[in-house]
Design a protein around this ligand. Structure first.
Ligand code: GSH
Length: 203
């Protein structure tokens, strides 16, 4: 089994944090996005859209998509449960995980991809789109601050994949040049809590 990953990129980071939380060791093949190592013909056979992460199993089966990879490891190693335990918990985690991915991660990534000079070679940049994504991300952070007023973690009282996705999106606000207000007291409390976990040091 091998996990193709890029240090500093938010999606592979989600998988590596997830693995650390479960104490699972998987051999990593590092690929540099900036050096376009994910665009080689060889890697395209694994990931036709040239994206990381990718998990290749011993029989050659490829699993793409961070959440699909995490779900595979959750089924193999159910404890600690990061996708919820009961039916209701699982539904809430799924809901929040999708919201964090589609509403926060995508808008932060869209801001970076379409506005950062470092990504101009890799993306057909549309700055207006990037700026619109930035506004969406800022609005979502504001809403997340409010949502965290009544709950410890994003999907309730337990840490989950939704927290991992949100943490990776929020840390990526730095390169995306999106500011997170110090006035967001509930969000700042949550950031402090998730960053106190050793897994958050994985980049
Ligand atoms: N939905 C995919 C997104 C994967 C993705 O966009 N990965 C980024 C790194 S965070 C990538 O490979 N970017 C390379 C590129 O855009 O050329 C997932 O969750 O795995």
């Amino acid at each position: 089994m091998k996990l193709y990953s890029t240090t500093g990129a938010p999606n592979p980071r989600r998988v590596r944090i997830f693995l650390a939380e479960k104490d699972i060791d998987v051999p990593i093949q590092e690929l540099s996005i900036m050096e376009a190592e994910h665009k080689t013909e060889e890697y395209r056979k694994i990931s036709p859209s040239s994206r990381v992460p990718a998990l290749v199993l011993d029989d050659g089966t490829v699993i793409l998509e961070s959440v699909a990879i995490c779900r595979y490891f959750e089924l193999l190693n159910p404890d600690p449960a990061l996708f919820g335990k009961t039916e209701l918990e699982q539904a809430i985690v799924e809901m929040q995980s999708r919201r964090m991915e589609m509403e926060l991660m995508m808008s932060v990534a869209g801001t970076f991809r379409h506005t950062h000079p470092a990504f101009s070679e890799l993306e057909n940049q549309i700055p207006e789109f990037g700026n619109a994504q930035k506004k969406i991300a800022e609005k979502r952070l504001n809403l997340l601050n409010k949502e965290l007023e009544d709950q410890e973690f994003i999907a309730g009282s337990n840490y989950s994949i939704a927290d991992i996705t949100a943490l990776c999106a929020i840390d990526f606000c730095v390169p995306a040049r999106i500011e997170i207000s110090e006035d967001y007291e509930h969000l700042q409390r949550w950031i402090k809590a998730v960053k106190s976990r050793p897994s958050s040091e994985i980049m």
